[in-house]
Design a protein. Structure first.
Length: 222
């Protein structure tokens, strides 16, 4: 079980997960490529430099830049690992941001507290499929800004879809409570409620066990 899966509560599922777009790695790649070329040029220059016979110990000095060639590769590898461990997740309950390789940092906001979602995409972002998403919430965080994430349009629409489904689940709960508290002569809505309950189950908003329990309670009112 991965770290993200461990964050899931009971009956919570991942609807969509993404990372920052690969373009965020481009700047680091260019910088490390330039550093690699520079070190390689120094290595070539040192090996072409003639050494007097009595200064053979400097041969070892020539090998030092070869070791330094590993630095750009290690830096780029660390950048990729850090990028992969920064995730932006939408579940049927929350919006979650995780970051960190060893020391983890997690920020999450309940979908119930999401007020508005702002999507910003440049022309290049539309062509390559990345953009910035701002989530305005009623929590203490206020605004969550996810920069240059991949698939921002799907991220936004999936978040709104999950928020809508959560609203349907809450509405079903209120109607079911009213029906179960009502007199038996007013239970004409029970078949429709059971149909809605089955739809919620198929969407994964409730588990099979919850479906069976709620259905049994509704059937008991007929």
């Amino acid at each position: 079980m991965g770290y993200v899966e461990k964050l899931m509560a009971r009956n919570e599922r991942i609807a969509f997960m993404t990372h920052q777009h690969w373009i965020v790695l481009l700047r680091a790649f260019i910088a490390n490529l330039f550093l690699c070329i520079l070190i390689a040029a120094v290595v070539v220059a040192l090996f072409l430099l003639p050494l007097p016979p009595n200064l053979s110990f400097l041969t070892l000095f020539r090998l030092l830049p070869l070791v330094l060639l590993l630095v750009p590769f290690l830096r780029m590898g660390l950048k990729i690992i850090k990028w992969w461990n920064e995730s932006y997740i939408i579940t049927n309950r929350r919006v979650i941001q995780t970051e960190g390789i060893i020391n983890k940092h997690v920020i999450d906001s309940s979908l119930e507290k999401v007020n508005d979602v702002v999507l910003n995409q440049s022309a290049l972002g539309r062509m390559l499929g990345y953009g910035d998403v701002e989530i305005l919430t009623a929590s203490e965080i206020g605004v969550n800004r996810f920069e240059r994430i991949a698939g921002p349009v799907r991220f936004k629409t999936e978040m709104l879809n999950q928020k809508e489904d959560m609203g349907k689940l809450d509405d079903f709960g209120r109607r079911a409570d009213r029906t179960q508290d009502a007199a038996p002569t007013t239970t004409g809505d029970i078949p429709a409620l059971i149909a809605e309950l089955d739809e919620l189950r198929r969407k994964g908003l409730i588990s099979e066990q919850e479906f069976a329990e709620k259905r049994q309670k509704l059937m008991g009112r007929i």
